[in-house]
Design a protein around this ligand. Structure first.
Ligand code: FES
Length: 147
């Protein structure tokens, strides 16, 4: 399995590791198949993501994708952050091996879950944002282990 230099860099020197005290929103997601867990904290002012931190208990690709995802959303508006999909994160990392794509999905979901938490806390609606989990399950690779 080959990892890009960027993946290795973000795995060895992850950016924005840690947590935010009194965050505007927190998202925690896990992949039941591999057992990896990712948590993203957002500090939102107005509609700008002022700060973002993460904690990932998972594989190297999960660490690298959460690191890159935090870098991509920092300083962005909520609207811009909504467009940061796992695909965008993978592209920014110069790709991931196919068996590691689900790790980047975790990063996208953690970010969206944190935005959802923020919206819930503030009683606002973020256009295009879906509640975490259930409804449509796009974890095609973990479906047999769900619940
Ligand atoms: S193997 Fe579980 S997130 Fe990568």
């Amino acid at each position: 399995m080959m990892y890009s230099e960027k993946v290795m860099d973000h795995f060895m020197n992850p950016r924005n590791v840690g947590e935010i005290e009194n965050p505007s929103g927190v998202g925690t997601v896990g992949n039941p198949k591999c057992g990896d867990i990712m948590k993203i904290y957002l500090d939102i002012e107005g509609d700008v993501i002022k700060d973002v931190k993460f904690k990932t208990f998972g594989c190297g690709a999960a660490v690298a994708t959460s690191s890159m995802a935090t870098e991509l959303v920092k300083g962005k508006t909520i609207k811009e952050a909504m467009k940061i999909t796992n695909k965008a994160v993978m592209e920014a990392l110069d790709g991931l091996p196919p068996v590691k794509v689900h790790c980047s999905v975790l990063a996208e979901e953690a970010l969206q879950a944190a935005l959802w938490d923020y919206a819930q806390k503030n009683g606002i609606e973020i256009e295009g944002l879906n509640p975490p989990k259930e409804d449509h399950d796009h974890h095609h690779d973990i479906s047999e282990d769900n619940e």
